[in-house]
Each structure stands twice: as structure tokens, then as C-alpha cells.
Ligand binder design. Structure first.
Ligand SMILES: Nc1nc2c(ncn2[C@@H]2O[C@H](COP(=O)(O)OP(=O)(O)OP(=O)(O)O)[C@@H](O)[C@H]2O)c(=O)[nH]1
Length: 355
């Protein structure tokens, strides 16, 4: 047996920890930036594919008893030169990856190549391949692939959930949070929840005057400020182009209105500096309850109506609308021009009391 191989006891310890691996990998990946996921999933996929081809060549050679003399099978440093090894070296240039499960994946990968070499050397010498060595090779390959698949699934999920420009969750993902809050609203009598829509003011002018890249910069700045201004269990998502949707669990409209208006004020007071210029960005907001009496879309529509009332009233303000003030508006289909106009008249400006 090659002395570089892990002992069976060590392999068992690794196997026992494989459930924990999922937890460790997920925790580690949560600390990565969302743009890292843009390439991570694709890189992993390509690396796995090339390893699968390598594995197939070995298995075929074992069955047909054909020697394998290429470096990728017998060189001591083959693990550094395969697609997967090169990918690992690349990601390890970033210190963030040099921890926990990534190091474990690297160790497994090296062991896999060592185990392959042991088996192939026996094949090349035309010896019987030792069953324990072969089983070990297959087992370590499975362990490695299981770990890497967790990484892959998590990367794909993240890629689908987050908007790369703002690093906020996207419209599709916020739907699940809304649905869960709505469910709580229906199950628990005294549970309350508010939502708010925000839209950057005159954003088209920013793009026209400064260019799309500066527009993106302002979007990212706004998103970060929003994200930094909410509680841990609140949510802010990128809902559309320059539109954001907030969810405030456990808040009444009387509580949510001032909270939202403080965020509006903070944005207006925090200009972005760009190439020596100070760019001011403001947004208009509409806030309402996530009502248990209507469907979710109707609550969003109400928040939207309040938002456009804020635009109509001069922008850079917060308008609120009480779902209880609107009678008979039970489903999204009930909205028409007349009801929208009636709702518009029910909107009230949120004005912060002076400290
Ligand atoms: N830079 C950038 N611009 C975007 C993005 N998504 C949407 N936009 C732009 O956002 C602008 C939205 O313009 P409008 O809907 O006319 O609204 P506005 O100029 O913000 O005016 P008001 O909402 O009425 O205050 C359009 O010019 C879009 O091209 C994006 O991801 N990046």
C-alpha cells in the first residue's frame, strides 16, 4: 500500500464527517460574495466533467487490462495538473477559500490521484489489482464527488437567488419569503407584517447623464444602504429595474411608516462620490400591510399605488396606505382604474416627528 494513502481509520473519520461537510460548506459559502457564485458553479461543473472522463479511462483500462502510461495517471504531481487541480489552485489564490471544506476537498483530491496511481501501477506491472486498493480508490472518488456536489448545488442556488448588481435577493426569491409571511398572517391572529416598495427618483436621468455604469453604481449604493438600514429579520430585495421591495415582519403600519421614512431620509443624506463629483440619490416609497384578507399581489399593488402617489406628490417622500381603509378589494382581479384612483386618495404622507 502506498504510504501516502490515508489509513482506513482516517477514511472512516472522514466518512463520519461527511454529513457535517454539507453544513461547513454551506456556512463557508454564505461568506462569499454573490458574484463569486457567477463562475463557481460553471467551474465546478467543468472540473467534474473532466474528472469523470479521467475516471472512465481508468475503469475502462482496468476492465480491458490495457496499461495507462500517460502522466495524468501516473505522475506524482498529476493532481496539480488536472482540470480540477488547476481550478483548486486558482481559487486558493483567494485566502477566503483556504479553509474548512475546501482544504478537505483538496486533500481528498490529492488522495484520489494517489489511489489511482497505486491501482494503475499494479495494472501497468500486469499484476492482479488489489481489491482493497481498488475499493479505496472508488470510495474516495465517491466521497470527493459528494462534497463537490454540495458545493455545486449551493453555488447554483445562490446564482439563481441573487441579483449580481445589487447583491440583494431577486424578485423570484422574495416570493418565497412573502408567501411564508402571508401564511403566518393567516395562521396567527395577532401576527402583523408590512411591506414597502421603493423606486429611485429620476433614474433615467442618471443613466442619460452619467452612463449605465454609474447607474449601476448608484443601484449598488442604494441597495447596500437599504440592506444596512434594516433589522436582521427584515428583507430587502431587488424587485425590478430600480425598484426594491422591503418586508418588515412583526411591524404595524404605524411602526413601519417612520422606519421606512428614516431609510428614505438616510438615502437622501448619503451622496455617492464618483470621480470627484458628489451624486445625490433619492427614492420614493410606498408602505402598507401585508394583508391577510387579500392575496399577496393585492398588497404589492397597494404598496405600488402608494409609491406612485409619492412620485406624484414630488418624489423623495414616503406615502402609506392602510389596507383597512379599502373595502371590498379582495383579489388582484378587483383592481381597475376607479379602485386605483380611490386608493390613491387614501394614501397619506409619512412625516417624521422632529427629534
Ligand atoms: N444603470 C441601470 N439602469 C437601469 C437598470 N434597470 C433599469 N434601469 C433604468 O432605470 C430607468 C427607469 O426609468 P423610468 O422608469 O423612466 O423612471 P425614472 O427616470 O426613475 O423616473 P421616476 O421613477 O418617475 O422618478 C430606465 O432608464 C432604465 O433603463 C439597471 O440594472 N442598471
Amino acid at each position: 500500500m502506498n504510504s501516502a494513502l490515508l489509513s482506513p481509520a482516517t477514511i472512516d473519520t472522514y466518512a463520519e464527517h461527511s454529513v457535517n461537510n454539507r453544513y461547513v460548506i454551506e456556512n463557508l459559502l454564505e461568506s462569499l460574495h454573490h458574484e463569486d457564485f457567477e463562475t463557481l458553479a460553471d467551474d465546478i461543473k467543468h472540473s467534474l466533467e473532466s474528472h469523470r472522463d479521467w475516471m472512465m479511462r481508468i475503469m475502462t483500462a482496468l476492465v480491458t487490462r490495457q496499461p495507462l502510461n500517460e502522466d495524468q495517471f501516473i505522475a506524482c504531481d498529476a493532481h496539480l495538473h488536472c482540470h480540477f487541480g488547476r481550478w483548486l489552485s486558482r481559487i486558493f489564490e483567494d485566502e477566503l477559500f483556504k479553509q474548512g471544506s475546501f482544504l478537505k476537498i483538496e486533500a481528498y483530491h490529492t488522495q484520489l490521484h494517489d489511489a489511482a496511481r497505486t491501482v494503475i501501477q499494479q495494472l501497468n506491472r500486469q499484476q492482479e489489482v488489489n481489491t482493497d486498493d481498488l475499493n479505496y480508490f472508488i470510495r474516495i472518488q465517491k466521497e470527493l464527488f459528494d462534497m463537490v456536489m454540495v458545493l455545486f448545488e449551493f453555488s447554483v442556488q445562490n446564482k439563481q437567488q441573487f441579483d449580481p448588481t445589487t447583491r440583494l435577493i431577486n424578485r423570484r426569491s422574495v416570493g418565497a419569503i412573502l408567501a411564508s409571511e402571508y401564511h403566518k398572517r393567516q395562521q396567527l391572529d395577532d401576527y402583523v407584517c408590512c411591506i414597502a416598495m421603493a423606486d429611485i427618483d429620476h433614474f433615467k436621468n442618471v443613466n442619460d447623464l452619467w452612463g449605465h455604469d454609474v447607474g449601476d453604481l448608484l443601484l449598488a449604493h442604494t441597495a447596500q444602504l437599504f440592506n444596512d438600514s434594516i433589522r436582521r429579520h427584515d428583507t430587502v430585495s431587488r424587485y425590478g429595474g430600480e425598484e426594491f421591495l422591503f418586508i418588515f415582519p412583526d411591524m404595524t403600519l404605524e411602526q413601519a411608516g417612520p422606519v421606512v421614512d428614516r431609510i428614505r431620509q438616510k438615502l437622501a443624506d448619503t451622496p455617492v462620490s464618483h470621480q470627484g463629483n458628489s451624486l445625490q440619490v433619492t427614492a420614493s416609497f410606498g408602505v402598507t400591510q401585508l394583508s391577510r384578507h387579500t392575496d399577496i399581489k393585492s398588497s404589492i399593488k397597494r404598496a405600488d399605488i402608494a409609491l406612485y402617489a409619492a412620485k406624484d406628490n414630488g418624489r423623495n417622500i414616503t406615502m402609506s396606505i392602510d389596507s383597512k381603509a379599502i373595502m371590498g378589494q379582495n383579489s388582484y382581479q378587483d383592481f381597475n382604474n376607479d379602485t386605483t384612483e380611490i386608493m390613491r386618495q387614501q394614501c397619506h404622507r409619512v412625516i417624521l416627528e422632529k427629534d
